[in-house]
Write a protein that binds this ligand. Structure first.
Ligand SMILES: [Zn+2]
Length: 138
């Protein structure tokens, strides 16, 4: 389904590349932060700064993930709401990493957000204005 993707500032961590994905046919907007994992659904495409919709769902996150399979090259991204989800993702990665080209998670360490490459274990600090590469850019 067609959607319009744009950047908004994350209301939770201030990240400037928080993703807003607006599905104009259903009038739904999905906001998800690739840095802190904040996520929110605006069921009627309401203004970000004036939440007044009871159908809105939102949650703070503890991080986010991206991965790119070798086959197809279509990447996916998402948010971790709970530590258990991050553990499950890491377990899944260990089992399926032979089929992946790339996988990252984000994590807060000593007050700063980092993107961790699961293959190399390399950590990259994500400042508020550091863009994260996204699946649609590949
Ligand atoms: Zn955020």
């Amino acid at each position: 389904m067609a959607s319009v993707i744009s950047d908004v500032t994350c209301p939770e961590c201030g990240y400037e590349y928080c993703l807003s994905d607006y599905y104009y046919k259903s009038n739904e907007r999905f906001i998800s932060c690739g840095r802190c994992g904040y996520h929110r659904i605006d069921a009627k495409g309401i203004n970000l700064k004036e939440p007044e919709n009871e159908e809105e769902q939102e949650g703070k996150g503890i991080g986010a993930y991206t991965f790119y399979p070798k086959e197809g090259k279509v990447g996916q991204r998402g948010c971790f709401g709970k530590e258990k989800q991050r553990e499950e993702f890491l377990n899944w990665f260990e089992e399926d990493k032979d089929e992946l080209e790339e996988a990252t998670i984000t994590k807060k360490i000593d007050g700063g957000w980092y993107q961790i490459d699961l293959f190399t274990r390399e950590k990259t600090k994500i400042e508020k204005d550091t863009p994260i590469r996204r699946s649609e850019n590949k």
